[in-house]
Design a protein around this ligand. Structure first.
Ligand SMILES: Nc1ncnc2c1ncn2[C@@H]1O[C@H](COP(=O)(O)OP(=O)(O)O)[C@@H](O)[C@H]1O
Ligand SMILES: CC(=O)N[C@@H](CCC(=O)OP(=O)(O)O)C(=O)O
Length: 249
């Protein structure tokens, strides 16, 4: 299974370690590949350098200067997470061309769209009993780094490995009436997702997440669930289909 671990569910060291412990526990039952973001860490490092943060439809406008900061911040986080999870190897998309990408939209700067995943590297690590922990910086056609939204990267990895995916975040799933948790949708079809984006009740960072879920299903993932990483036991409940929002074709 692929676990996408985002910045909102790692805002404190305690939370980060709690999620890592859940990932480690899940590994007793099944093979796990972790794909991570780190939005809040990136924000902090950009702010420390006086660089602005601007998002369009959930994607960070990434100047070459910001790209350096994104890569630096995510590389450090990658090593911390891989240590937290244990028996793991931390990799970025540049390692063995694990994540290849092209420029998504020149207006967003160095933001990437994934064009290829080196699944053999992941399979080799898994075969050696190691958990891959993948940071969402890809290599572009020019050999330079591209900033890929971590949900998008995780969806592409799930598709390439034909494995199911759980997107961990700070809400219990997709709410029909955000921020009311009572309005969580247990299931959403592609048509409902598209309508939700068009009508505006799926917004901001939830847009790349639902799109990545659909993309993962299109590429061959057997299931895609968006769930909270904020409560103990949430990951295994989501993996069993007992929590979160399951996106279906
Ligand atoms: N319909 C919705 N249901 C739940 N969350 C939503 C919805 N629309 C927008 N959101 C926002 O999406 C956020 C999750 O996306 P994001 O902040 O990118 O998370 P992460 O950093 O965990 O990837 C939620 O915290 C919430 O603010
Ligand atoms: C292009 C783009 O938006 N890249 C994201 C990559 C990190 C990420 O996605 O982190 P979360 O999973 O914590 O949101 C960014 O720069 O914030």
């Amino acid at each position: 299974m692929i676990v996408k671990y985002g910045g909102n569910a790692m805002k404190s060291l305690d939370l980060r370690r709690a999620v890592a412990a859940e990932i480690a526990a899940l590994r007793a039952e099944q093979t796990v590949v972790v794909v991570h973001g780190g939005g809040p860490v990136i924000e902090r490092e950009l702010a420390a350098r006086g660089l602005p943060s601007e998002f369009r439809a959930g994607l960070r406008v990434t100047t070459p200067e910001a790209m350096d900061v994104v890569e630096m911040a995510l590389c450090q986080l990658n090593k911390q997470l891989s240590q937290d999870v244990g028996h793991a190897v931390g990799l970025m998309g540049r390692d063995s061309e694990l994540l290849r990408a092209e420029v998504f939209d020149p207006g967003l700067g160095r933001v990437g769209r994934v064009t290829g995943v080196n699944a053999d590297v992941l399979r080799a690590l898994i075969g050696a009993g190691l958990t891959p922990v993948v940071g969402c910086v890809a290599v572009g056609p020019d050999g330079d780094a591209l900033n890929v939204n971590a949900d998008t990267a995780a969806g592409a990895v799930a598709g390439a490995l034909n494995e199911g995916i759980v997107f961990l975040t700070d809400v219990d799933g997709v709410y029909r009436n955000y921020p009311d948790p009572e309005s969580r949708a247990a299931h959403l079809t592609r048509a409902e997702v598209e309508a939700g984006i068009a009508d505006g009740w799926i917004a901001g960072g939830m847009i790349p997440k639902v799109r990545a879920a659909l993309d993962a299903l299109d590429r061959g993932a057997p299931f895609a669930v968006i769930a909270s990483g904020m409560h103990a036991g949430a990951l295994s409940a989501a993996a069993r289909g007992e929590a979160g929002t399951r996106v279906t074709p």
